[in-house]
Write a protein that binds this ligand. Structure first.
Ligand SMILES: CCCCCCCCCCC/C=C/C(=O)SCCNC(=O)CCNC(=O)[C@H](O)C(C)(C)COP(=O)(O)OP(=O)(O)OC[C@H]1O[C@@H](n2cnc3c(N)ncnc32)[C@H](O)[C@@H]1OP(=O)(O)O
Ligand SMILES: NC(=O)C1=CN([C@@H]2O[C@H](COP(=O)(O)OP(=O)(O)OC[C@H]3O[C@@H](n4cnc5c(N)ncnc54)[C@H](OP(=O)(O)O)[C@@H]3O)[C@@H](O)[C@H]2O)C=CC1
Length: 278
């Protein structure tokens, strides 16, 4: 689909790059010649993904970093820049769960806002400052959600965080455009991963996420990775401040949370209790 060296000589940090869509993007970027830094909280998950990529000859470093912690983010970026500047930051790390919003504790809301909004902001500000100080061009790709368009009942902190990162994307596209820094985003629909399925599709929710998709199927990870590759490449050099929706048309039908309106308080209590046991 792309020329072989599309991302040659690009140094790319993917937050949450050890699993799911982050790992899928890592594999595609590596095939296209990029060198990678993957971060996340679990060292063993990062190592496993990195070893797979290295076995195909790719240059991959891993850094354990909790993006909720601004000092840890600064230490990670210092460690990266000691070797060479990044060219691309991918804000992919995030967290979510379904819950009745009126039952969320402050700690529960922060468990979602902190990685999804604050983490993306800390990484973007840290990379942007270094790019501007070093007069280095850069690209920030953020993985968002169609909740930025529709809102989404029962995952309100996630919808709030993703919408805020979209606001950051549009705002900094203007402020940092003159510094040759582009900011772009993808709003994926259903791309099944272990993380998303565990958090969003508990037993008791209507069966197949493909049922709601006008195109009749869920997304393939390679489709998202290809779109991401295009957006961070020079081929997209005149695109900034934009979010591309990749959801098979699903958000045009609604946010996707409507089935949860029919859950009873008893079902929600059972869901909470099930989580406590697991
Ligand atoms: C098949 C494909 C699906 C279809 C998709 C359709 C499109 C939807 C698009 C949605 C957009 C966003 C998607 C995603 O982000 S998917 C990625 C999901 N991955 C993750 O979430 C990974 C990271 N997750 C985590 O780090 C943890 O799971 C999490 C922070 C979310 C919870 O961690 P943990 O349970 O360990 O946290 P704590 O015990 O510290 O709890 C913190 C407080 O939060 C409260 N809590 C936790 N879970 C729930 C719950 N289910 N309901 C209510 N409250 C909850 C917990 O009680 C703590 O609060 P308190 O101390 O006050 O009790
Ligand atoms: N899959 C889907 O259908 C959809 C996904 N998305 C978005 O795609 C992105 C990837 O999600 P997906 O691959 O499905 O799910 P995953 O759960 O696999 O991805 C989340 C990643 O983020 C990392 N992460 C979570 N919290 C932190 C933290 N505090 N610090 C550093 N890393 C962290 C996790 O690693 P660790 O736990 O080791 O820290 C994990 O690798 C997310 O932004 C999600 O919102 C959006 C719409 C739909």
């Amino acid at each position: 689909m792309f020329e072989a060296g599309l991302l040659a000589n690009r140094r790319i940090l993917i937050t949450g790059g050890g699993s799911g869509l982050g790992a899928a993007m890592a594999a595609r970027f590596a095939e296209l010649g990029a060198s990678l830094v993957l971060c996340g909280r679990r060292a063993e998950v990062l190592q496993e993904t990195a070893e797979q990529l290295r076995s195909h000859g790719s240059q991959v470093d891993t850094i354990v970093c909790d993006v909720r912690d601004p000092q840890a983010v600064e230490a990670m970026l210092d460690e990266i820049w000691r070797v060479a500047p990044l060219d691309v930051l991918v804000n992919n790390a995030a967290a979510t769960f379904i819950a009745q919003t009126e039952r969320l504790s402050a700690r529960a809301a922060d468990a979602i806002l902190a990685p999804t909004l604050h983490g993306a902001m800390y990484c973007t500000l840290g990379a942007g400052r270094r790019w501007i100080d070093g007069e280095h061009a850069g690209v920030v790709l953020s993985i968002l959600s169609t909740s930025t368009i529709t809102g989404r009942a029962f995952t309100v902190p996630s919808a709030m965080a993703k919408s805020a990162v979209l606001a950051m994307t549009k705002s900094l596209a203007v402020e940092w455009g003159p510094k040759q820094i582009r900011l772009v985003a993808i709003a994926p629909g259903a791309f099944p991963t272990a993380g998303a399925t565990a958090q969003l599709r508990p037993d008791g929710r209507s069966a197949d996420p493909a049922d709601r998709v006008p195109l009749g199927r869920v997304g393939r990870h390679d489709e998202l990775a290809n779109l991401a590759s295009f957006l961070i490449s020079d081929q997209a050099g005149y695109i900034t401040g934009e979010m591309v929706v990749q959801d098979g048309g699903t958000h045009l039908r609604g946010s996707g949370a409507e089935d949860l309106l029919r859950w009873s308080d008893q079902q929600w209590s059972a869901h909470r209790a099930g989580r406590a046991k697991s």
